[in-house]
Structures are given as structure tokens and as C-alpha cells.
Design a protein around this ligand. Structure first.
Ligand code: ATP
Ligand code: MG
Length: 561
């Protein structure tokens, strides 16, 4: 990724960073990507990753990977492993700069003691309900807790005993003493520690109190010497608290929090909680289901890191929330695959063709281009025989106007092979359905030549019945059938699942050249789209391909856009 050739325009955050460098405010830029390990990363996280790691790369700085693991109940080692894999796969490196907020629990505790000593924090023993009632509203100030004026000694003693596990969960919390009348509710004495008697995957049973996110995050940033703490807009109202904590504690540095608009993408959802619900309810086949907007899902589907980074560059970074059209992501995916994917042929819904004048048992080989734009990528062999398969769609017994493919009496070109003419059909005597189409071929048209210059309007793809492999093809559509599945106030997002998001086609004929594809190999199956051999389910004796994306945007037409 050193050869940067991107569509990335500058943005307001890059401008702030550049100005800080220019002004000599920092010698080295340090950013961080701080996921909470309570789910798999999604494409929204990819935006944040590209931004944080991207800025560090451009400025010769560093970007830390920091796990915000202050919420032990919801966190799992599986998530940490997946996050590491995903960020690496996107192409970013952090070397030894892998941190865990839980590594700072001791320091965070010491800082809490310091706040108490300064008279800036107190142990509150109201119930959660009382605290909520006394917090006030947007128009009314909060009411002081009867415990707000506890002495420093009493507060220190209580915090120590909270830490030692002497109290039940919910009986006490530690609150910052800021301003109960603040119009910003985040400053009305926010809770900074609570009692949670749960096991932590890194610190074990050492702690029965855990620091809250807002308190932890700013201090973790300061401990690591972060210069620019980039986060999403919903933290804008938390920034005064971020600054208050660091100012009160006189930490060695005071990172600048900068907010940007999170990525919202149409026809999908981004919240980890909701994605987990899809997994738990069995709507999808795990976090890496190829329909999921997760990085692991996109990877399994066959999307490349280049396509995702290109997408993140194109959407840019702004301060206002908006919805990005899924079609833009799909466009980036297509553009990337068009360049890289070798071509091959596969038939999704096979219809058998018998070429009556072609010798039974004869197999001919043709050279097919690996990539029409890049002849230097060479060719591969495809086999031709008396019986072949074409798409059911490519035949019409009674053609509609403008149909130029296979139809009785007419000629069509078989890609790379011969021109054939349809001479008749065989039908199922009971259903009347066409089960086979009979053709004759013209030996003079080998390789698709038309020696006498006759006009052949249609060219169709095909696969030899005698020499082919069979594959399961999984055809995906958007996971939700509406643009914003979260917009409806009455209905749950789960009600908008697209019932046709997955179609499984079994036993599809595919050309032999793709049968040895390693898991994750991508192809363009001509006229059908880009496919990737499934990394989990594809085996040499049971090929499985995921359709990454069709060749054109079929939604634009269907939705009349
Ligand atoms: P979710 O709401 O999906 O659970 P989160 O914000 O709670 O996400 P974190 O693990 O806390 O998830 O996020 C890590 C980083 O990624 C944060 O800095 C967060 O702001 C950023 N991030 C999360 N979602 C998006 C998004 N949709 N677009 C851009 N950045 C995001
Ligand atoms: Mg979060």
C-alpha cells in the first residue's frame, strides 16, 4: 500500500492534522482505532479504520489498535481475534501498538483516587432509579444527591471497599463532580465507576468495579499519547466531559477529540447489537455470512480490501450524517473485480443442447481469454462436445421482439466455439416444458468466425456436458428489501429482511478450469457476474461459489431509479 493511488480527497480532519503539523503542535501524529470487542467489525468500522490508519500512514505517524474492553459481559475473545484479522486483512499494520483499555485499570483507578482527593469525584449511594429521577431534564437542572458532599476520607474509604468487593452491584457508584445544572446532561455528575462482579477475559476476577467508557477513553488516549482522537458524531456532546477529565487530572498530554459522521449504508444495518440479533435468530449463517455488512462477510463473499478502501476514500469524511447508497459500494466492488477477475463460463440454470451433426464422443478444445482487457494474462482451455448446457433464459421457443439468442430456426454464436442453429426442441410429454434443444453447428465458424460475413446478433455462454465440473452457486441479493430498515417506528428491522437475499443453485455446470480454484479465488462467470469460491464450504469434490455481485446494477432498473 505504499504506492498510493487513490480517489481520496482531503477532508476537514486531515486539514486539522496538517495544520497542527505545520504549526509545530506535534512532532508525530498518533491516532487510534478503538473497537469494543463485543461483535465483529462492519463496513462502518472500515471507514474509521481507513481514516485513523490512513492519517497515520500519510503523516509518518502511528495508529494504535486499542480494544475498549471495559464491558466484560458482552465481550469475547472470539471478537478480539476477528477484529485483529479484519484490520490486518484491510491492509493496516500496528506492530507492537496493540493495547487494551483493561491494561490501564490500575492507572484509571489511581486517577479516580486523585479526583476524589481533589474533591472532584464522590461515591453516590442512590439507587439507579433515584439517580435517574434526580438527573433532571433538558429544561430542568438536576438535583444534588444527598451523598454529594461526602468527605474525601469517606469517599476514599468507600471506593476502596467497592474495589475490594464489599458491596453489592448497584449499591454505590463513583461519580465525577461537575455541574448538575449543565445544559449538557453528560456533565451532570456522570458515573465513572460501577460495581460489576463479573469475570473479565483479561483481568480475570481482579476487579469488581469497572470504569465507564467516557472516563476510560480519554485517559487511555492520554496514556498512549494520542494526538487526534477521532470518533463519530454521537460523541460530540461527550467532548466537554473528555476535556474535563483530562484537564482535572493534568494528564501528560491532552488529545484533541474530533468527530465525524458515521457511515450509514442503504439496504443494510450497522449496529453490532442488531447484527448480533441477525446471527442469534439464525437469519444469517453467522457473522461472516456473505450477506452481512461485516468485514468478514464481505471478505467471504469475495470483496477485496482494495475495493473496500476505495469505497472508504470515495465516501469521504464529513461532519453531517447521511446515507450512502449501497450502489456506490457495489460500483467499487465491480470496478475492482473487473480489473482483477479472470473470465470463465458457468451455467446457472442449465438447458441441454444436443448438436446433432457433431460427432458423439468427440471433445475439442478452444482457447479462452483469461481477461479481455489484458491479453498478456493469457488463455485457458475450454472443452466443447456434442452435448452442452446453456442458460434456460437464452432460449425462447416463441421469441419476443428483440430476442437475439437461441430460438427455432435462428443462429446464435457460442462464445469461443461455433455458430449453431436451432432445429427443434424436445419437450416433457406431461408438462410440455422444453427439456432439450436440438441444434446443428457450422464447422466453418470455428472460434466464432463468420467467414461469409453473415450477421449473428447473439453470443451466449455455455459449458460442455461431457467435460465440466459441478458447483453449488449461491446468489445473493441485498439483505433488506427497503432502503432504511431502521426508519420504521412501528416495525422492527427484522421485518424488512429480503426473502430473496439468498438463492442456492445446486449442481450447476462450470468449466473445468475453475474446479481447482483455491478457496477465495475470484472469477467473472461471463454474463453472470463475479463469483468467489467459498472459503468455508468449497471442497475439491463439492465446489461452492458465492456470487459477489452481478455485472450490472439490477436494482437501479427494478426500482425505477
Ligand atoms: P455499533 O454502534 O455498530 O455497535 P460502536 O460505535 O459501538 O458501533 P465500536 O467498537 O465502539 O462500535 O467502534 C469502534 C470505532 O469505530 C469507534 O471509533 C466508532 O466511532 C467507529 N465506528 C463505529 N461505527 C461506525 C460507522 N458506522 N461509521 C464510522 N465509524 C464507525
Ligand atoms: Mg461503542
Amino acid at each position: 500500500m505504499s504506492e498510493e493511488n487513490t480517489n481520496r480527497p482531503s477532508d476537514f480532519i486531515r486539514e486539522i492534522v496538517a495544520a497542527d503539523i505545520e504549526a509545530g503542535k506535534h512532532k508525530k501524529i498518533v491516532t487510534r482505532f478503538p473497537p469494543e470487542p463485543n461483535g465483529y467489525l462492519h463496513i462502518g468500522h472500515a471507514k474509521s479504520i481507513c481514516l485513523n490508519f490512513g492519517i497515520a500512514l500519510e503523516q509518518n505517524g502511528e495508529c494504535h489498535l486499542r480494544f475498549d474492553d471495559t464491558n466484560p459481559e458482552k465481550e469475547e475473545v472470539e471478537y478480539i481475534d476477528s477484529i485483529i484479522e479484519d484490520v490486518k486483512w484491510l491492509g493496516f499494520k500496528w506492530g507492537a501498538k496493540e493495547y487494551y483499555a483493561s491494561d490501564y485499570f490500575d492507572q484509571l483507578y489511581d486517577y479516580a483516587v486523585e479526583l476524589i482527593k481533589k474533591g472532584k469525584a464522590y461515591v453516590d449511594s442512590q439507587s439507579a432509579e433515584e439517580m435517574r429521577l434526580n438527573r433532571g431534564t433538558l429544561t430542568e437542572p438536576g438535583k444534588a444527591s444527598p451523598y454529594r458532599e461526602r468527605s474525601v476520607e469517606e469517599n476514599l474509604d468507600l471506593l476502596d471497599r467497592m474495589k475490594n468487593g464489599e458491596f453489592e452491584e448497584g449499591s454505590h457508584v463513583l461519580r465525577a463532580k461537575i455541574d448538575l445544572a449543565s445544559p449538557n446532561i453528560n456533565l451532570r455528575d456522570p458515573v465513572i465507576y460501577r460495581i460489576r462482579k463479573v469475570h473479565h477475559h483479561r483481568t480475570g476476577d481482579k476487579w469488581c468495579i469497572y470504569p465507564m467508557y467516557d472516563y476510560t477513553h480519554c485517559i487511555s488516549d492520554a496514556i498512549e499519547g494520542i494526538t487526534h482522537s477521532v470518533c463519530t458524531l454521537e460523541f460530540e456532546d461527550h467532548r466537554p466531559l473528555y476535556d474535563w477529565v483530562l484537564d482535572e487530572l493534568k494528564t501528560p498530554c491532552h488529545p484533541q477529540q474530533i468527530e465525524f459522521a458515521r457511515l450509514n449504508l442503504s439496504y443494510t444495518i450497522m449496529s453490532k447489537r442488531k447484527l448480533l440479533a441477525l446471527v442469534k435468530n439464525g437469519v444469517v449463517d453467522g457473522w461472516d455470512d456473505p450477506r452481512m455488512p461485516t468485514i468478514s462477510g464481505l471478505r467471504r463473499r469475495g470483496v477485496t480490501p482494495d475495493a473496500l478502501r476505495d469505497f472508504c476514500d470515495r465516501i469521504g469524511v464529513a461532519k453531517r450524517d447521511s446515507m450512502v447508497d449501497m450502489a456506490l459500494l457495489e460500483h467499487c466492488i465491480r470496478e475492482d473485480l473487473n480489473e482483477r477477475a479472470p473470465r470463465a463460463m458457468a451455467v446457472l440454470r442449465p438447458l441441454k443442447i444436443t448438436i446433432e451433426n457433431y460427432p458423439d464422443g468427440q471433445i475439442e478444445e478452444f482457447e479462452a481469454q483469461n481477461h479481455p482487457l489484458y491479453p498478456e494474462r493469457g488463455t485457458h482451455k475450454i472443452c466443447f462436445s456434442r452435448e452442452i448446457y446453456v442458460e434456460q433464459d437464452d432460449f425462447m421457443e416463441t421469441p419476443v421482439k428483440g430476442f437475439h439468442r437461441l430460438t427455432p430456426g435462428k443462429e446464435v454464436r457460442l462464445r469461443y466455439a461455433y455458430i449453431v442453429q436451432c432445429t427443434g426442441v424436445v419437450k416433457d410429454p406431461e408438462t410440455g416444458e422444453v427439456t432439450e434443444v436440438r441444434c446443428v453447428y457450422d464447422p466453418e465458424t470455428k472460434g466464432g468466425n463468420t467467414p461469409d460475413g453473415r450477421k449473428i446478433k447473439g453470443t451466449i455462454h455455455w459449458v460442455s456436458a461431457a467435460k465440466c465440473a459441478r458447483a453449488e452457486l449461491r446468489i445473493y441479493d441485498r439483505l433488506f428489501s427497503v432502503e432504511n430498515p431502521e426508519a420504521d417506528k412501528e416495525k422492527e428491522f427484522l421485518e424488512f429482511i429480503n426473502p430473496e437475499s439468498l438463492t442456492i443453485l445446486k449442481n450447476c455446470p462450470v468449466e473445468l478450469s475453475v474446479s481447482e480454484a483455491e478457496p477465495g479465488t475470484k472469477f467473472q462467470f461471463e454474463r453472470q457476474g463475479y463469483f468467489c469460491s467459498d472459503s468455508k464450504d468449497s471442497k475439491p469434490d463439492g465446489l461452492v461459489f458465492n456470487r459477489i455481485i452481478g455485472l450490472r446494477d439490477s436494482w437501479a432498473k427494478a426500482s425505477g431509479k
